[in-house]
Write a protein that binds this ligand. Sequence first.
Ligand code: 5GP
Ligand code: MG
Length: 180
Amino acid sequence: MSIIKIKDKTFKTSLPEADIKKRIKEVAARINQDMEGKTPVFLSVLNGAFMFTADLLKEITIPCEVSFVKLASYEGVLSTGKVREVIGLNVDIQDRSVIIVEDIVDTGRTMRRMVETLQLHHPKEVHIATLFVKPDKIEEPMDIKYSCFEIPNEFIVGYGLDYDQLGRNLREIYTLVDEG
Ligand code: 5GP
Ligand code: MG
């Protein structure tokens, strides 16, 4: 196990690269089976999902497309919560099978908003593929068809996920060490 420091915080390795790759292979095999003949569109949510998307797509053997979207956050004028808009959707998803590729589902608010926005474009079906889910934190019940790992309610970085924009380049997953 190794310990790293990012800015003021300490993290320790919690998931080796080989385990991530192995699990992604299993999930990709299911997608290959389920989506056979459908030419799905993978919609990768930047920035966090870039590494997961690259490794997942290398294991997809059926014809498919991949495109990248971003979520822009701003404070709503009328609501107190953060509103997140999907930007950069430049592929026509009408009547297509869409698989959203996300790094982590925490409360689920982001994914809920994403799915609702995509539904406005009348896709045939929308599924979620996420590297991580925090089941204890989910507030919005939703069907996550392709989930690689369920993790406890801890803060993680690495493999695309950041702490204050740092750590996305790490090959393994690191968990925040509670220094009390
Ligand atoms: P949600 O809308 O599900 O609450 O938020 C999901 C987003 O919060 C993720 O896409 C990610 O950007 C961020 N997030 C949630 N948990 C973590 C975590 O443990 N580590 C990192 N780096 N980001 C997280
Ligand atoms: Mg994300």
